[in-house]
Design a protein around this ligand. Structure first.
Ligand code: PA5
Length: 456
């Protein structure tokens, strides 16, 4: 069972003047062997491609730790941000009950999951209103081991746990996921003897969902992580194909970069499934942070926009049909939902309402997806649809790898480094300066120099 992409509506033959011309696409595709070769040549540095193949031992360890947590925890709290949070949120929403935390324990195949990816003081305080530290296990995740937001959360949680249980017991309630050498978390983890998982070398934050960053929270909530990795392996192999039209990630990247060149500065992702809603968030980081780069005077990138079908048909689709030709839309469609829900008969005889009776919600949501796709197409806007036969561990693993590789190919095509994030690092440094971290005095002066505000 594998996911596929229908990209018919990216071409001018389907959407008219604002679509991609076949000849233009052919000339770009002619360079494809170079992009494939350059990505293959990076295999030793982009180690996230190896994750489906080289983690048998780690998966075993993760499953053992997850089993222990599942047996004693009522809540599992992830402390992390960006790539250390968005994947766990997306996978939990995709593969578990949509109202997981509200289910009674006997109907929930694991502890409640909270992913704390912000430092809003109200949210932080609220967490302690709903969890009981006695039955909570925390997983602090930070690749760099130094992100201020995550470290602030960690210090807060450690204070609470140390006061309640003392140093000896900290390791029963706190698990660390971080770099083996770099950063500050590794030292804390060693000092307190915490169970520690590592983010492997060559696996950047936004490419880390298939390493312990994502696998541990998923396993704690009962997800079949081996199946996720199998799905990712299947997609990785497909996306290594030399035949352009059989290589889904390369096709995705070629089409989107052509569209960008033609002025599509915005990329909308619109899943027609609540289960895939947070995939748009995860993808937004992946696509924006990887491709939003400058090289000399040239600027690159495409602004990702998150939408949800059918909900956002009633807020955004007007713009996607009658608005400017500055975007592509990627629909995510599901062939078989995990529930069938029928609209009952004989509730009201008014034919303007009764036509719905006997149909299912499944039919309705699929019809609305096709209708929106049609409306976007006839209004001349480029769009494509990724079809998941169903949402399960394998197809989710496939989707993760597909979008990671599409991003990597897009980086090759644009000729930029898709794996750094100097803008994010600069923001982190500014925060250190503002909070008085030693060594950032010059940065603080720089901020002060730019401190004149214009307000009204
Ligand atoms: O992709 C990235 O590397 C970043 O966006 C990180 O995910 C984010 O800044 C969090 O970093 P860390 O996991 O080091 O705390």
């Amino acid at each position: 069972m594998r996911i596929s992409i229908d990209y018919t509506n990216m071409f001018s033959s389907a959407v008219g003047a604002h679509g991609i011309d076949r000849a233009e696409f052919a000339s770009r595709a002619a360079a494809a062997s170079g992009y494939i070769a350059s990505l293959r040549a990076k295999r030793d540095t982009i180690r996230w491609r190896d994750l489906p193949y080289n983690q048998a031992g780690i998966v075993k360890e993760i499953k053992a730790v997850a089993e222990d947590v599942r047996s004693r925890a009522e809540s599992f709290v992830v402390l992390g941000i960006g790539g250390s949070a968005l994947g766990p949120i997306a996978v939990q929403q995709a593969l578990n009950h949509p109202r997981w935390n509200e289910l009674p324990r006997e109907k929930r195949n694991g502890p409640k999951l909270y992913v704390e990816d912000n430092i809003d003081p109200e949210r932080m305080a609220a967490l302690f209103d709903v969890i009981d530290p006695e039955t909570t296990v925390f997983n602090v995740i930070t690749k760099s081991g130094s992100t201020s937001e995550t470290m602030a959360q960690l210090l807060t949680v450690m204070r609470t746990l140390l006061d309640l249980y003392g140093e000896e017991k900290l390791k029963d309630r706190l698990i660390a996921t971080t770099d083996r050498e770099k950063g500050n978390l590794i030292g804390i983890a060693r000092k307190y003897g915490l169970t520690t998982f590592y983010v492997p070398e060559g696996v950047g934050g936004r490419f880390s969902e298939l390493c312990p960053v994502g696998l541990l929270p998923a396993a704690v909530c009962g997800v079949d992580i081996e199946e996720m990795l199998n799905g990712a392996a299947l997609m990785d192999e497909l996306c290594d194909s030399d035949e352009v039209e059989k290589n889904p990630a390369l096709m995705y990247a070629l089409l989107e970069t052509c569209a960008m060149e033609n002025g599509a500065n915005i990329g909308v992702m619109m899943p027609y499934a609540d289960s895939l809603k947070y995939f748009s968030d995860w993808y937004a980081q992946l696509w924006a942070e990887s491709l939003g780069k400058k090289a000399g005077e040239a600027r690159f990138g495409q602004t990702p926009v998150k939408a949800l079908g059918v909900t956002d048909q009633h807020s955004q689709v007007q713009l996607y049909t009658d608005g400017p030709f500055d975007k592509t839309v990627t629909f995510l469609g599901v062939e078989r939902y995990r529930n069938e829900f029928t609209i009952p008969h004989a509730v009201d005889e008014n034919p303007n309402v009764a036509f719905l009776s006997g149909h299912s919600f499944n039919e309705l949501i699929s019809a609305e997806r096709r209708a929106t796709e049609h409306a976007v197409t006839v209004s001349g806007h480029m769009n494509k649809t990724i079809i998941l036969p169903e949402v399960n561990a394998s197809t989710v693993g496939q989707l993760i790898m597909l979008l990671e590789l599409a991003t990597a190919y897009a980086g090759e095509i644009l000729g930029i480094n898709a794996y750094d994030q100097p803008g994010v690092e600069e923001g982190k440094n500014m925060t250190y300066a503002l909070l008085g971290k030693k060594g950032y005095e010059a940065k603080l002066e720089e901020i002060k120099e730019n401190a004149d505000r214009l307000t009204v």
